[in-house]
Design a protein around this ligand. Structure first.
Ligand code: NOJ
Ligand code: MG
Length: 565
């Protein structure tokens, strides 16, 4: 067995700005930055935009095509910035609009496109429009921008319907009217600090088009659209007595009245028309926890460009289930001519390096505390590297979440008093939530804050074991996860796997084996090593090989002599 060395990625585009190739998004690798936790430049313990700009070389070295920034807009941070108080500004704790422009310019110089987060389902109770609605009377123009309703019961003391908030408890909060009396209720599918906009109101549509133009004019390359499938609610807001968590399946053929209503599509078509008036290819990526065939309807040719593949993300470390998820996703998206996307981690779910360190399925957003069973970190990392290698060989676009390139585990022993996810309080301390995947990154092995900040008081505390994962440590270690990611991304680019096509060679309850062009990909899910075909040339392996593919490992190889020299 021999090892071929891929050339360093993107030498051609490194200083020339984003490559002008058409349809870049069809095969792009997009790296998610959670600004609060990436890098802190001013020592306040919270990440910020200048911190990101200063670290962009890391992403260029990694070889990604684009980055997606989670919200950095003014926000009381009730839900980590997904409670937006002003859609066209930068929260002072993250910097200024000039800092944003500098970030964008530097990214473009490095050949990296920038996608920002659009949060159209809800804003913050601090948004000026919601404050005006609270001050105005029931039935007013101001209240019509949101979903205000009278309560049920004689005194209106029961919520207008039975919808539950995604963060537990009712999806309605009662307001106090100007005369001091308990009054109407407003709808919030998430935290009470996140009132839902009323998308039946044309004023809401116009306002969001202005927001899109604001960022497009600044030069962003696209938008990741938060809970885009919730914008339109069924008329009359009917009761829905079924759970609505995870990937939403229809019940008796009907989708829940708050998810995936037909009316969402005309909104996306209008946005697409707007984006298409801009130069370059500016994209829309749907965040919608829907099964592949429902999500595919959002990415028909005149709507969004791509949608997150939550079916894939939800799938446990099981070969048959993974193959089914892959086939199902490709079939659904091929049918509408859209690329399939792949994702294993983001800021809402337990990091895959920890998820796969449990035997059996894990509740993605539930969170783990110090007194819960802990994952096997070594096993989790082995499987995570194998899973990533499998994912990055698939055609389409792939999303990476900050820190996964250094194999970062979830913080599963975060002190409960440090928790910030609103679900922790709302669930009466039953659900710990998503803080464990949002802990600030370790850049160096030195205190304070392992290079994240010059303050030791980071907004979530970093565990001592994060030190061993530091970027600076892995940079000098050729066997590190960081080098493995770089290698995979370089090979993916070199052999154009993102625009390829897969063919299954074998699949069993132990092994998946497929080809993408000349490249063969084999993953061993079993406990025993499996023999590799003789005379192959290994391009990348998630564990070291000895003629066999060890347990929980993926290898990329070619038959000897097939690669041109
Ligand atoms: C999805 C976001 O990714 C998540 O972090 C947020 O809590 C909800 N949408 C509500 O905005
Ligand atoms: Mg800061």
């Amino acid at each position: 067995m021999t090892t071929a060395d891929p050339r360093p990625a993107r030498t051609e585009t490194a200083t020339a700005g984003p490559a002008a190739d058409d349809d870049w998004w069809r095969s792009a690798v997009i790296y998610q930055i959670y600004p609060r936790s990436f890098a802190d430049s001013d020592g306040d313990g919270t990440g910020d935009l200048p911190g990101i700009t200063a670290r962009l070389d890391h992403l260029a070295d990694l070889g990604v095509d684009a980055l997606w920034l989670s919200p950095f807009y003014p926000s009381p941070q009730r839900d980590g910035g997904y409670d937006v108080a002003d859609y066209r500004a930068v929260d002072p704790r993250y910097g200024t609009l000039a800092d944003f422009d500098a970030l964008l310019a530097r990214a473009h110089t490095l050949g990296i496109r920038v996608v920002v987060d659009l949060v159209p389902n809800h804003c913050s109770t601090q948004h000026q429009a919601f404050r005006a609605a609270l001050a105005a009377a029931p039935g007013s123009r101001e209240r019509a921008l949101f979903h205000f309703r009278d309560g049920r019961g004689q005194d209106g003391s029961r919520p207008p319907n039975d919808w539950a908030s995604m963060f537990e408890g009712p999806a309605w909060t009662r307001v106090t009217e100007a005369d001091g009396r308990a009054g109407q209720w407003y709808l919030h599918l998430f935290d009470p600090g996140q009132p839902d906009w009323n998308w039946d109101n044309p004023a809401v549509r116009e306002d969001f088009e202005d927001t899109l133009e604001f960022w497009l004019d600044r030069g962003v390359d696209g938008f990741r659209v938060d809970v885009c499938d919730a914008l339109v609610k069924a008329p009359g807001l009917p009761d829905w007595p079924h759970p609505t968590h995870g990937v939403i399946e229809p019940v008796d053929g009907a989708m829940p009245p708050m998810w995936d209503q037909e009316g969402i599509h005309e909104i996306f078509r209008a946005w697409r028309r707007l984006l298409d008036t801009y130069d370059g290819q500016r994209i829309l990526c749907a965040e919608a926890w829907l099964p592949p065939e429902r999500a595919a309807r959002i990415i028909r040719p005149d709507e969004m460009h791509q949608a997150f593949n939550f079916r894939f993300l939800e799938t446990a470390w099981r070969p048959v289930a993974l193959r089914d998820a892959i086939d199902e996703s490709l079939a659904a998206n091929d049918a509408v001519g859209a690329p399939t996307t792949w994702v294993l981690s983001n800021h809402d779910v337990m990091r895959h390096a920890s998820r796969f360190g449990y035997d059996g399925p894990v509740e993605l957003e539930h969170g783990v505390g110090a007194d819960d069973p802990q994952p096997d970190r070594a096993l989790g990392l082995r499987r995570a590297r194998a899973a990533t290698a499998l994912m990055l060989a698939l055609p389409g676009s792939a999303y990476l979440y900050q820190g996964e390139e250094i194999g970062l585990p979830e913080v599963t022993d975060l002190p409960d008093q440090a928790r910030q996810d609103p679900v922790w309080e709302r669930s009466g301390h039953r659900i710990r939530g998503r803080d464990g995947c949002r802990v600030p990154l370790p850049w160096t092995d030195r205190p304070p804050a392992y290079g994240f900040s010059r303050s030791p008081d980071t907004w979530l505390p970093q565990p001592a074991y994060y030190r061993a994962y530091a970027v600076s440590v892995q940079r000098d270690a050729p066997d590190s996860t960081l080098h493995f990611y770089r290698r995979l991304l370089a090979l993916r680019r070199r052999y154009r796997l993102g625009t390829g096509e897969i063919r299954w060679r074998a699949s069993s309850d132990q092994v998946l084996h497929f080809t993408n062009g000349l490249i063969q990909v084999m993953t061993n899910f079993g406990a025993e090593p499996v023999p590799l075909p003789p005379g192959i040339q290994c391009l990348a392996a998630s564990r070291s090989l000895d003629g066999n593919l060890p347990s929980d490992a993926t290898v990329w190889f070619v038959e000897q002599g097939v690669l041109p020299h």
